[in-house]
Design a protein. Structure first.
Length: 151
C-alpha cells in the first residue's frame, strides 16, 4: 500500500511539474529580459527586433526583416492593463493592431496567444543566455523559429 501511495504522489508531481515553472505574469517588469536589440539571419534574410521600456506599464518595440533591397517593419508594444499583459503588433497588412494575450511566462520564457487570428496565433519567446529564440506559429504548432543574438 505504501508503494502505491508513493507511486501516485510521484506521478502527480511529474504531471504538475510544467505548471510549477510556467505561471502567469502580472507585472511587465517580469519580462525585462526582452529589452534590448536583437538580430537574426535566416534564409538570406536579416531580422531584427528591439524593445525598450517606456514606463512601468509599457514596452515599445520594432521588428522587421531585410532581404536584398526589400524591407518590412512592424511596430510592437507590450502593455500591462487590467491585471494582464498584452502584445500588440501593428503590421501594414492590417488597419488595426493585432492583440495577443500573455498566456504564461517564467524567468526566461513568455507565450502570447490569439487563437482568433489567422496567423500567427502563438508567439513563443525564450531567452537562452545571450540568445532570444522566437517561435511564430499556429495553434497546431506549424510555423517558423528565429534565433536572435543580442547586438
Amino acid at each position: 500500500m505504501y508503494w502505491l501511495v508513493r507511486a501516485l504522489l510521484i506521478s502527480l508531481l511529474m504531471a504538475l511539474s510544467p505548471f510549477l515553472y510556467a505561471t502567469p505574469c502580472h507585472q511587465l517588469e517580469q519580462l525585462n529580459w526582452l529589452l534590448g536589440d536583437w538580430q537574426a539571419q535566416k534564409d538570406h534574410k536579416r531580422y531584427w527586433e528591439n524593445w525598450q521600456k517606456v514606463s512601468e506599464h509599457s514596452f515599445e518595440g520594432q521588428a522587421g526583416s531585410t532581404h536584398n533591397k526589400e524591407q518590412s517593419q512592424e511596430a510592437l508594444r507590450l502593455v500591462q492593463m487590467q491585471g494582464q499583459i498584452f502584445y500588440l503588433a501593428k503590421v501594414s497588412e492590417n488597419p488595426l493592431p493585432i492583440a495577443f494575450v500573455l498566456e504564461n511566462c517564467s524567468a526566461s520564457e513568455a507565450v502570447f496567444v490569439n487563437p482568433a487570428h489567422d496567423f500567427p496565433q502563438r508567439l513563443h519567446y525564450q531567452r537562452q543566455q545571450n540568445k532570444l529564440v522566437v517561435r511564430v506559429e499556429s495553434m497546431q504548432g506549424e510555423g517558423f523559429t528565429l534565433h536572435f543574438l543580442r547586438e
